[in-house]
Design a protein around this ligand. Structure first.
Ligand code: ATP
Length: 359
């Protein structure tokens, strides 16, 4: 297992794209700690697969270095990096049995037969396929095949990290949850460095200890699910994580207050950023309370949606959209104002969070 260090990585797919300043990865300078479970989360085209391929060695970055612990592996092939990969579609041999599939990577590495038998039996048990060990892989379901792909990675003794590229894409929705929790359990048992690419926030937040949010070729935040929810470092994180996403209201700062239309909102810490082209106030819909008229900021309700046990109230505050989520049993006054819970207010300057001054 290894710590994976991405040292000032940039990547453009062709020299022409580089000359035009068109980088698929603009600047990545981060480390994945040994034994951590990470998710790379972001919308289509933000550079997740490019980054994963740079870690595995399928791609050499245009600039920067990849290090496994202290070793520079930038120029090494995937085989020499000892990385296991699980792709969208299971990569297994259909004509081999489950057992043979699991044994294959070990045979290739000339592991002694007794150790192969021991490791394969152990893996069959861990991935729950003991009963089907001697069946040909051909007839198995997509999730069983994906478990074999995973098992083939985990069965090796020499793996530095295991990389997943949207591994649940072909899995039936009702099996996804089960496979995801098994993955998490396997991570707990093996403590292997795992990097999991997805554009699905539920997958990312349930699998990973740390989520790496990417946007437009950059990492905009690495954090625990709680950190991403409570203190999004970039307005994109606020919008992308959470359902519905964070409210982002254009504002100007005046004497420690955020001014939205005619509303004035005192900011904790009284932040007044200087020299920003754009300032915005962020507040999660869960922290916008609706109170009787006259007791808060004046809003107009545009629509109320019932979603299971919650109600989503879509409103406007001086012409800007504002969403509030009401939990079960919370009343909705007929004439309403909005109150923002002070602890949940975030201020953004040119899309980046203005860190609060320690109080
Ligand atoms: P998705 O979720 O759709 O797979 P992604 O976040 O994995 O997206 P990448 O596939 O890494 O994104 O793509 C990042 C950028 O690089 C995109 O703008 C994409 O068009 C571009 N790109 C990817 N592969 C190539 C390639 N082989 N040649 C040129 N440009 C590419």
């Amino acid at each position: 297992m290894a710590r994976i260090r991405l040292d000032h990585i940039r990547h453009a797919y062709t020299p022409e794209l580089a000359r035009a300043g068109n980088y698929a990865l603009r600047e990545i300078d981060h480390a994945f700690e040994d034994g951590g479970a990470y998710a790379l989360l972001g919308p289509s085209g933000c550079g997740k697969t490019t980054l994963l391929n740079i870690i595995s060695g399928l791609l050499t970055p245009s600039e920067g270095h990849v290090r496994f612990d202290e070793r520079d592996v930038t120029e090494l092939s995937p085989e020499l990096r000892n990385i296991a990969q699980v792709f969208q579609f299971p990569v297994i041999y259909d004509t081999m049995t489950v057992r043979e599939n699991l044994a294959f990577p070990l045979k290739n590495r000339k592991v002694p037969k007794s150790e192969i038998d021991r490791r394969v039996s152990d893996m069959l048990r861990r991935i729950g396929l003991e009963a089907k060990a001697d069946r040909k892989a051909q007839g198995l379901t997509a999730d069983e095949k994906q478990k074999i792909s995973l098992g083939r990675g985990l069965v090796r003794p020499d793996v530095n990290a295991i990389l997943f590229d949207e591994p649940l894409t072909v899995i039936d929705p009702h099996m996804k949850w089960q496979l995801r929790s098994q993955l998490k359990e396997l991570h707990r048992q093996f403590k292997m460095t795992m990097v999991y690419v997805t554009h699905d926030q539920t997958e990312a937040l349930t699998f990973a200890d740390k989520v790496v949010v990417m946007y437009d070729g950059e990492v905009v935040q690495i954090g625990t699910p709680e950190e991403l929810f409570e203190r999004p470092r970039h307005t994109f994180v606020g919008y992308f994580i959470g359902s519905p996403g964070m409210n982002v209201l254009q504002c100007r700062m005046e004497g420690g207050q955020a001014v939205v239309g005619e509303a004035r909102i005192a900011m904790p810490g009284g932040e007044t950023p200087l020299a920003a082209a754009r300032t915005e106030l962020g507040i999660r819909p869960e922290f916008v309370r609706l109170v009787p008229r006259g007791q808060g900021l004046p809003i107009t309700i545009d629509r109320v949606e019932d979603v299971g046990s919650e109600r989503i109230v879509r409103a406007s505050l001086f012409g800007q959209k504002l969403v509030s989520v009401l939990g079960e049993g919370t009343g909705l006054p007929s004439e309403v104002d909005a109150v923002f819970e002070p602890h949940a207010l975030n201020l953004y300057a040119d899309s980046w969070l203005v860190e609060r001054r320690p109080s």
